[in-house]
Design a protein around this ligand. Structure first.
Ligand code: GLY
Length: 325
């Protein structure tokens, strides 16, 4: 698989929000409108969203629920050992532990979340069970693991030879310092979908910031920060530096902007501008994607380089996000 970094490095900026030099199937558009009622749409962050969308789309086409589509879609990314920011193969914390965060939300404002979960390949499915089988929204650490095991999940080693080697190299070179903005290794998958019944759901899952301090939790499992769904309005999800996204409760902000009449792209832009204004010294990347009840979608990021994948009207395409700087 071509890494996102290589992909971006080979590109050339030719104008605000527009990029050339990519594969020919990429569309340089900020958003489009799917006006036909009951036409499904699924949208997800980064290039890895393309493969995840394929699975989600099959479920949506088959009259499936958006909730099932987003869960099954992001499981593809969680199981891919070559994606070093999500699930199996995700970079560990600075002590060598792979710890996963995920959340999910359905059309009825039900939400489930897990954080600091170790040794479970599919945290998104555990998050769904938290939503459906417990009176709680969020389980973390040992409690989340015990809940997963009690519900039939198996313990697995999530540290691959590749991620172990990357961690060992990092230890040698970084003197145990947990974060450098230039590393930018936190390419979460967030996915939101609209099904044929006109219902929205979303899922978000990550191994978090590579080589983080033990116990660090980002935005991805935080309802309202990494993901928010309001079935009357729309849904949004985030990627990038979780610390910054949490501070502005980013995904909720995007949905509220859509409630006030902004298009998905405009709503994401408001969140990015808020982040850049409020989070002093921000030098990383953060991006949002959004989908409204009418099937309109969009995205916006702090920097050049963010991409999102959209499957609608039978076509799965990678879009270069508009960006602030
Ligand atoms: N957005 C993923 C993280 O910061 O953990």
């Amino acid at each position: 698989m071509v890494s996102r970094r290589k992909f971006i490095i080979s590109s050339t900026v030719v104008g605000a929000g527009l990029v050339t030099g990519f594969k020919p199937d990429i569309k340089d558009v900020g958003f489009s409108i799917n006006q036909q009622q009951n036409q499904p749409v699924v949208i997800s962050t980064w290039q890895h969203g393309i493969e995840a969308n394929e699975v989600a789309w099959e479920i949506l086409l088959d009259n499936g629920r958006a909730l099932d589509a987003v869960e099954q879609g992001v499981r593809v990314t969680e199981a891919d050992p070559n994606i070093t920011s999500v699930g199996y193969g995700g970079y560990p914390d600075r002590d060598g532990n792979v710890t996963l965060d995920a959340c999910i939300m359905d059309e009825n404002c039900n939400a489930g979340s897990v954080a600091f979960l170790k040794n479970i390949m599919h945290p998104i499915s555990v998050a769904r069970l938290v939503m459906e089988k417990t009176p709680h929204v969020m389980l973390v650490g040992e409690g989340a693991l015990r809940f997963a095991l009690a519900n039939g999940f198996q313990k697995e080693n999530l540290l691959t030879a590749q991620s172990k080697a990357a961690w060992e190299k990092w230890i040698k070179e970084n003197n145990y310092t947990p974060y450098k903005p230039d590393e930018k290794n936190h390419d979460t998958i967030g996915m939101i979908a609209l099904d044929k019944n006109g219902n929205l759901s979303g899922a978000c899952t990550t191994s978090g910031l590579g080589f983080k301090m033990q116990g660090r939790i980002g935005d991805s499992p935080i309802i309202g920060a990494g993901l928010y769904v309001d079935n009357e309005v729309g849904a949004a999800t985030a990627t990038g530096l979780g610390e910054a996204i949490i501070k502005i409760v980013g995904s909720h902000l995007v949905v509220e902007q859509m409630r006030m009449g902004k298009s998905p792209t405009e709503a994401c832009k408001v969140a990015v501008e808020r982040l850049l204004k409020k989070v002093k010294g921000f030098s990383d990347i953060a991006g949002f994607i959004a989908l409204n009840k009418q099937g309109e979608y969009g995205g916006y990021s702090t920097n050049f380089g963010f991409q999102y994948a959209v499957y609608s009207e039978g076509e799965n395409k990678l879009i270069n996000s508009e960006f602030a700087k």
